[in-house]
Each structure stands twice: as structure tokens, then as C-alpha cells.
Design a binder for this molecule. Structure first.
Ligand code: R5P
Length: 137
């Protein structure tokens, strides 16, 4: 699996997530101190096909998620527990995971990340709804 990762700050949580990602595949790191540009850069890496999925972190996770979702074709989801991350993949076919680097403990962030990466196939019952996202004005 090819993964693109970026965080607008570095701490124990971002280091733990990055280490976990490296165990799962080939990781490209995007560096940008500006959270809008970071989120957008992660999103672009995914839609341009440089990575299968993106993982992005900022203080809240929200700013980079919002920025990533500005890129057409990106479905970025903010998750803070494994069930949310799994659901985002299953029911929304999320292709970018966003997390707070300030509020998630390293072990929780790693669990959320693993859940996101483990759930690879979207629920077929949601296929029409997921396609509908691309048709929205
Ligand atoms: O949504 C935005 C993020 O949580 C940022 O990480 C936070 O606002 C800090 O950003 P900056 O370092 O640009 O002040």
C-alpha cells in the first residue's frame, strides 16, 4: 500500500502514526507548515495517484480535513476512534484519514490508523450514495 502522510507539527503521536504507517507500506511524506496547503497537498497526492490513501494530522485534524476535501475526488474523514475510521472507509469510501495530533494519545492514534487501513472494501450497499458525492453541485 502506498500512503501519503503529513502533519503540521511533530510529537509522540505523529511519530507513532508514522512508524505504524511505515510498517504497512511505502510512505511519502508531505511537509508544509500551513495546514490548508498541507491538507490540499495530501489530497492532491491521493487523487493524482501517488498514493492509495492519505493520513493527515494537525492540532484538531479539522483544518487539514477541510482543506483536503477541497480537492475534487477527496473524501477526507476526521476520526478519533477506530469505529469511526472503519465506518468512514466502509460507508463513505474515505480516501484520507484526518486526526488530531493534540488530542489523540499515540496508542489511540495508531489504533485509529490501523482500523482505517484494515478496512479496504466499501460496503456495496453504499455504492450509490458514495457515487452521489461526485454528482453533487
Ligand atoms: O485546523 C487547524 C489546525 O488544528 C492547526 O494545526 C492549528 O490551528 C495550528 O495551526 P498554526 O500552527 O498554523 O497556528
Amino acid at each position: 500500500m502506498r500512503i501519503v502522510f503529513g502533519a503540521d507539527d511533530e510529537n509522540e503521536t505523529t511519530r507513532a502514526v508514522l512508524a505504524a504507517l511505515r510498517e504497512r507500506g511505502e510512505v511519502e511524506i508531505v511537509t508544509d507548515d500551513s495546514w490548508p496547503d498541507l491538507g490540499s497537498g495530501i489530497g492532491r497526492a491521493v487523487v493524482e495517484g501517488r498514493a492509495d490513501v492519505g493520513v493527515v494530522m494537525c492540532w484538531t485534524g479539522t483544518g487539514t480535513a477541510i482543506a483536503a476535501n477541497k480537492v475534487p475526488g477527496v473524501r477526507a474523514a476526521l476520526a478519533w476512534e477506530p469505529w469511526i475510521a472503519r465506518g468512514a472507509r466502509l460507508w463513505n469510501d474515505a480516501n484520507v484519514l484526518a486526526m488530531s495530533l493534540k488530542r489523540l494519545a499515540p496508542d489511540v492514534a495508531v489504533e485509529v490508523t490501523q482500523a482505517f487501513l484494515d478496512e479496504t472494501i466499501p460496503d456495496s450497499d453504499e455504492a450509490a450514495a458514495i457515487r452521489r458525492l461526485d454528482e453533487l453541485p
